[in-house]
Write a protein that binds this ligand. Structure first.
Ligand SMILES: [Zn+2]
Length: 442
């Protein structure tokens, strides 16, 4: 298996392996490769990760076995890593066939564990130790449960792109309709908290509202700002002239704009936020991949659309993180991060999108192009497809991603790309040191 894997991963054709086989050295080659991987793993297991993208802290709705076939196989609850996590954390012998009852038992076990440990904060600290995580970034609308230390908050920038309603925008899908409604409510609540919930009358006034929100996020502990626009609109972000944006805004306060005009206004707002985030030293996370649910459109979520912004000097002062590594266009994402010191790759979601071989092959691409800007990330969510909450998926994803990283590094050493010492340094970078540089935590 090992020899076959190396032949696939090395990309140097089968000639070398055939030669090795003919010389009777295939087995020895495989043995030394395995030892190398084990040494790299042993060195890097000592490095707790900074997990760049999670949805920890959320509690899942009750487990629903009928939804399992709507998610990738690597995310289904019957996977060995989920079974192991349920046993390890809650002493439950997980079996999806009896999932509804076992999910309830596990929640009771979790409540007991929280009580035994002395509260929610201690429970999450214990989880971070179990998952070998130093710091987890937690992407959510509100900072509740984060602590500006081991659990750090990443709010949504996408919410700020909805100043008023638009039936034409919402008609795109039920998912967009609920996003518009939620954003309007959250923005309204934010203005109410400021003491004036009236809609800002002009584009300038709305930009000032955005600036105040960004400053509030920062004051509440935000370490980055996340955009989910691949789900709701498109990653094509045009450079809308200010006069046109101002006119669409002014009209939109009276009559809801059509979708194309609304998108053009959002493009202007996004570019404003990108520049402001650069000034605030708040890295911008952009969902740059396919994703969950029935309504995300592949063409709209294509990471290559971001090139218009990433190659524009106006945004070189802003740090951009391509969340989920541009899947399935990893090589394009890797390319976008070359020679742009402000563009970073996040590996989250990839451990549930791809089995081990494909995952380590994708990581090889990132490490060959941008080893200094590749970030460890998992993307566990609290869904009805996984028992208890995001922490169970988090354990399995963290371990799978580590294994794939170690394998990618060992194969790159076998290929002569890195020495073993360099590979361990690169691995430390992915696990922790790159994130520390990005967020200024050195
Ligand atoms: Zn996510």
């Amino acid at each position: 298996m090992r020899a076959r894997r190396i032949s696939l991963a090395k990309g140097v054709g089968e000639a070398a392996l055939l030669l090795a086989g003919a010389l009777g050295v295939t087995f020895a080659f495989a043995q030394s490769g395995a030892t190398l991987e084990a040494r790299i793993a042993a060195a890097l297991e000592k490095v707790p990760a900074i997990d760049n993208h999670t949805h920890l802290l959320r509690t899942a709705p009750p487990y629903n076995p009928r939804l399992e076939n709507t998610i990738p196989v690597m995310l289904r609850s019957g996977r060995p890593e989920t079974v192991a996590a349920m046993k390890e954390r809650f002493n439950i012998d997980w079996d999806p066939a009896n999932g509804e009852a076992l999910d309830r038992q596990a929640r009771e076990a979790k409540a007991k564990l929280i009580a035994k440990l002395g509260g929610e904060e201690a429970y999450w600290a214990d989880h971070l130790v179990a998952s070998n995580t130093e710091i987890a970034l937690v992407n959510d609308e509100f900072p509740k449960g984060t602590n500006a230390r081991s659990l750090r908050w990443v709010p949504y920038g996408t919410t700020l792109l909805v100043p008023f309603g638009s039936p034409s925008l919402a008609a795109r899908s039920p998912s967009v309709a609920s996003y518009v409604e939620r954003s309007l409510r959250l923005n309204g609540e934010a203005r109410k908290a400021e003491g004036d919930d009236a809609l800002p009358p002009t584009l300038d006034a709305y930009l000032q509202f955005i600036d105040r929100r960004l400053a509030q996020f920062k004051a509440q502990g935000a370490v980055a700002l996340k955009f989910s626009d691949a789900y709701y609109r498109t990653l094509r972000i045009a450079d809308t002239p200010r006069a046109r944006a101002a006119s669409i805004y002014a009209e939109g306060t009276k009559i809801p704009p059509e979708r194309d005009d609304y998108i053009a206004l959002q493009d202007y707002l996004m570019r404003h936020i990108f520049r402001r985030c650069g000034e605030l030293k708040l890295p911008v996370h952009i969902h740059s991949a396919h994703g969950a649910g029935s309504f995300l459109r592949l063409q709209d979520s294509d990471v290559r659309h971001l090139e218009d912004v990433l190659a524009d000097r106006a945004y070189f002062g802003t740090q951009f993180v391509l969340i989920h590594g541009g899947s399935p266009w990893h090589e394009a994402a890797a390319y976008l991060s070359i020679s742009k010191p402000n563009v970073w790759i996040d590996l989250s979601a990839m451990p549930f999108l791809y089995p081990h071989l494909e995952l380590s092959a994708a990581i090889r691409k990132f490490l060959a192009f941008s080893p200094e800007r590749t970030l460890f990330g998992t993307d566990p969510m609290a869904t009805a497809m996984m028992p208890v909450g995001a922490e169970i998926a988090h354990l399995g994803l963290s371990r799978n991603l580590r294994r794939a990283l170690y394998r990618a590094l060992a194969d790159l050493v076998a290929d002569g790309v890195f020495t073993e010492t360099e590979a361990i340094k690169v691995g430390r970078g992915v696990l922790r040191d790159n994130a520390r540089r990005l967020y200024g935590w050195e």
